[in-house]
Design a protein around this ligand. Structure first.
Ligand SMILES: [Fe+2]
Length: 202
């Protein structure tokens, strides 16, 4: 792959998230879908000032300029999937602790209630998009975004994102999006890593 933006390697083995997410899904999702966003982004930034920016800068700029919508679709998706892969961990903490646990209890009532609302946010995201746990003004919130949308472009802190494009779950769960999202939140997300993201932002 050539160009200023380089697809990061998957931070674990392709079968590391099975059975929640199969090796086949992870392979296609990382090596084909995620790679394709990078390829397209590199083509779009070629010869522009954006080729000198960080990926985060491109996401924020293109996400707030309607004339750069095509760029945002690729840059947003390139960035969203980094968040997605990094937050998953085989053997990671399955419940939050510390400040994250405190803030989830304060803002949602309980971890179980937050997860239930997270699933609902994902289920009610119409078509392709993402459901996010984010922080804005010191408060946690759940956000539904279409296509490549993300909290970064909205000026909020991104804590956890679940991809609800069909490519994320259709091989393993077919149309059962709620089952997939619940399994990811219960058994694939490393909540201690999400807690570190929160601490870094406080
Ligand atoms: Fe995806």
């Amino acid at each position: 792959m050539s160009g200023p933006f380089q697809l990061p390697d998957l931070p674990y083995a392709y079968d590391a998230l099975a059975p929640v997410i199969s090796s086949d899904t992870v392979t296609l999702h990382h090596d084909k879908h995620h790679a394709a966003y990078y390829n397209a982004l590199n083509g779009l930034v070629e010869g522009t000032a954006m080729a000198e920016m960080t990926l985060e800068e491109v996401v924020v700029k293109s996400g707030n300029d309607a004339s750069l919508a095509k760029m945002f679709n690729q840059a947003g998706q390139a960035w969203n999937h980094i968040i997605y892969w990094e937050q998953m961990a085989p053997g990671g903490a399955s419940t939050p602790s510390g400040k994250l646990a405190e803030m989830i209890d304060r803002d949602f009532g309980s971890f179980d209630e937050m997860k239930a609302q997270f699933v609902q946010t994902a289920v009610t995201t119409f078509g392709a998009g993402w459901a996010w746990l984010a922080m804005d003004g010191g408060k946690l919130e759940l956000i539904s975004s279409s296509n490549a949308g993300n909290p970064l472009a909205m000026g909020k802190t991104t804590l956890c994102g679940v991809d609800v494009w069909e490519h994320a779950y259709y091989l393993d769960y077919q149309n059962r999006r709620p089952d997939h999202v619940k399994a990811v939140l219960d058994s694939a997300v490393n909540w201690s890593y999400v807690g570190e993201r929160l601490e870094d932002a406080l």
